[in-house]
Design a protein around this ligand. Sequence first.
Ligand code: IPM
Ligand code: MN
Length: 370
Amino acid sequence: MTAPYRIAVIPGDGIGQEVVPEAVKALNAIGDACGHAFEFQEMLAGWVAIDAYGTPIRDEDLEVCKRSHAILFGANGDPRRDEISVPVRPERALLRIRKELQLFANLRPVRVTPELAPVSPLKQDLVEGVDLVVVRELTGGIYYGEPSRRWQDEDGERRAVDTLLYSETEIRRIISYACELARTRGSHVASVDKANVLSSSRLWREIAMEVAAEYPDVTVEHVLVDAMAMLLIREPKRFDVIVTENMFGDILTDEAAQLTGSIGLLPSASLGAESNEAGHRLGFYEPIHGSAPDIAGKGIANPTAAILSAALLLRNSLGLEKEAAIVESAVARALRERKATADIVRDGPALTTTQMGDVIAAHIKEAAAA
Ligand code: IPM
Ligand code: MN
């Protein structure tokens, strides 16, 4: 057995508290079966941290995250407490982790398998076979640009400003990352911008063209963000890797997730440039479904996205490709056998969150022993 991998675990708010333990269960199952040990360090972030400590995430907990091999995250937020004027917002935790750990590449894969195609709100033949990944720039742009503030003019008029700022270095590293990723997939990149209006987008496109020239084996096309919003619905199968700036990526990934019709199944990874001690990128892994307060506490949340996030963690931050594939196949088997929560099994007896986690853990052990 090798030295334990240190994983920071942040269940956060709402169903994060229910699905993250199932992802931990899956990691322990694969660890036991394949001879890897994990040391989990659990901490609070989001509303639970604001309530306990008065801050969305404590500095000492951020330090623990920085020293970890990877971070497994649940969700933050609670719309029931979402007044626009709250002084400390829970989202701060997420924004600080991204920035301070320099997790600049956010990967949101969207794959529509034959089992999922009927669930999609779009026509089956339009979405079946979709296999794309959105690479969203995560530490720059309008989320972090200064100035960002509001004020009141002498005449009483309220004003506010946010700044969409990018440097050449930030653009180059994310476009390069997307091109490298495309080489391992369909060798096609769609770079999304608003170069017909924004200066920052004109710089984005200029750098994207320069980087593209370094990857003659990858086809890079440039698509305006409004056109992309349309094409994602009209011809989603045309895309392989889509790379874009922070806010466009935020918006387009909610749209792209809907191609599957079930946001509850999708994992995501946020990666930095730095290698961790395992020789891989430090990464932050989260299901994209959010805290879902309407179903929180009922034990019915689908743990799939959290467990698939753990698989991405094994692959990207620990370099354990075989183990990641075993976890993914165990999840696929549970879904295929319809041993799943009520969002999937609408007509027969559905499992609880914990029961589905147990089934997947058992499938993992079986597959690893085979
Ligand atoms: C996301 C979320 C976050 C974002 C919020 C919660 C800050 O919407 O991860 O997509 O806007 O990045
Ligand atoms: Mn979002």
